[in-house]
Design a protein around this ligand. Structure first.
Ligand code: DOR
Ligand code: ZN
Length: 419
């Protein structure tokens, strides 16, 4: 395999930042830092650019099987590469639900052929129906890297059992914290819903679930909370961590870059679960990213067809795409506004998701680690285009001016995308 030498960049990972070169060979990082020369290597000049370990997105809906018109494993991986994301964890709310070793094995070849590292989560309950645990050991053996019923919350009655079984199997358990009895037919934050004359989703839909999840974790074991969006949720997480409870938390760019006030018309590209919250919640999410309360930024990339989204807030599906706007949203909203440092961003996007998913050779710019790299250009300024590599275009950010677009994405030492 050819060598790739990335020269003169600002190397940033969770351990720190330094100027220097990076040499990749045989799918691994062979040297990181200092001045490196390697005769015959392909050279990429990264002067003025930021060189990160490839981003690891622990929350992606690839829609295969069942909704391939919206996305496929291949198109999700291509969108990821375009966004500097070198590994994606697929959610199991496909049709049929990814709940068996047989299904995992069936889709593994497509994942292996995709232009990036694609790993699967499996449903924690059969059919994601919430009544019976799946066989965690068998799912792990078939390649699952996590367990979740995402799209639906884990059933509270089974939660202690699910947590203990996941820990015994050595797999992370991820929950979508939502109390559907509170959500009801709600479509978005109550203030925006009032403007649209539609039913709202009260904050306690998430808050109650986060309280129950953290209490269950305190008694039973590790649990990861997906897509946190509320001031109340991050405060519960902060206190749970202070008490030493084994909980981790994730948020998504739309929760720190938008609020319910951005819903100015009936546009379902702003409709997702959990919903955009109040400005005070957005600020609390930013503070929790800065102080280490939140561990991970994931996209919750949730492609839906334009035809489905044409149903508006009333009838359109929940979900927004995010793989291709992740990096510039993090640079523009977090780094340039001095909410987080580059090493902290690298922890949120690479080191922490690698740890959660047990991807042992990923997440840092160190010799011996996998040669998965994201190079960003902090000066590249452009508006989010209406066209995406993703098969879907349901982004709430189209037209927004952002800085920090990807310049180069490398997967296993090979160039997967280049601006
Ligand atoms: O907005 C969302 N869309 N939230 C979820 O939890 C599921 C996802 C989807 O699958 O579309
Ligand atoms: Zn979810």
């Amino acid at each position: 395999m050819p060598e790739l030498l990335i020269k003169n960049g600002l190397l940033a990972d969770a351990d720190g930042e330094r100027r220097g070169d990076l040499l990749l060979k045989g799918g691994r990082i062979v040297r990181a830092g200092g001045r490196i020369s390697a005769r015959g290597a392909e050279v990429f000049d990264a002067a003025g650019l930021w060189v990160f370990p490839g981003f690891i997105d622990a929350h992606v809906h690839a829609r295969e099987p069942g909704f391939e018109q919206a996305e496929t494993i291949a198109s999700a991986a291509a969108a990821a590469a375009a966004g500097g994301v070198t590994s994606i964890l697929l959610m199991p709310n496909t049709s049929p639900a990814m709940d068996s070793p047989r299904l995992l094995r069936k889709y593994a070849p497509g994942a292996a052929a995709a232009p990036g590292n694609v790993v699967f989560s499996a449903a924690a309950t059969a059919g994601r129906a919430g009544s019976r645990a799946t066989d965690f050991a068998a799912l792990k053996k078939a390649g699952a890297k996590a367990l979740t019923d995402d799209g639906s919350a884990l059933p509270y009655g089974l939660l202690p059992e699910l947590i203990k079984k996941a820990a015994a199997a050595g797999l992370p358990l991820l929950d979508h914290p939502e109390d559907l009895s509170v959500t009801g037919r709600g479509v978005c934050h109550p203030d925006a819903a009032a403007r649209l004359r539609l039913p709202g989703i009260p904050d306690i839909s998430e808050w109650l679930a986060v309280l129950r999840d953290t209490l269950a974790a305190s008694a039973a074991g590790p649990l990861h909370l997906q897509h946190l969006s509320l001031a109340a949720s991050v405060e519960v997480l902060r206190q749970a961590k202070a008490a030493g409870w084994p909980v981790t938390g994730e948020t998504c760019p739309h929760y720190f870059a938008l609020s319910q006030a951005d819903i100015r018309r009936d546009d379902a590209d702003l409709k997702m679960k959990p919903p955009l919250r109040a400005e005070k919640d957005r600020r609390a999410v930013l503070a929790a990213l800065a102080d280490g309360t939140l561990d991970i930024i994931a996209t919750d990339h949730a492609p839906h067809s334009a035809a489905a989204k044409a149903g508006g807030f009333g009838r359109g599906p929940f979900g927004v795409i995010g793989l291709e706007t992740l990096a510039p949203l993090c640079v523009t909203e977090l780094v340039l506004k001095k909410v987080v440092s580059l090493p902290r961003l690298a922890a949120l996007l690479s080191a922490n998701p690698a740890r959660l998913l047990g991807l042992r050779r990923k997440g840092r710019l160190r010799p011996g680690f996998d040669a998965d790299i994201a190079v960003l250009n902090p000066r590249a300024w452009r508006r989010v285009p209406a066209q995406f590599v993703s098969k879907s275009a349901n982004s709430p950010f189209v037209g927004r001016a952002l800085r920090g677009w990807p310049a180069l994405t490398v997967v296993a030492g090979r160039i997967a995308a280049r601006a």
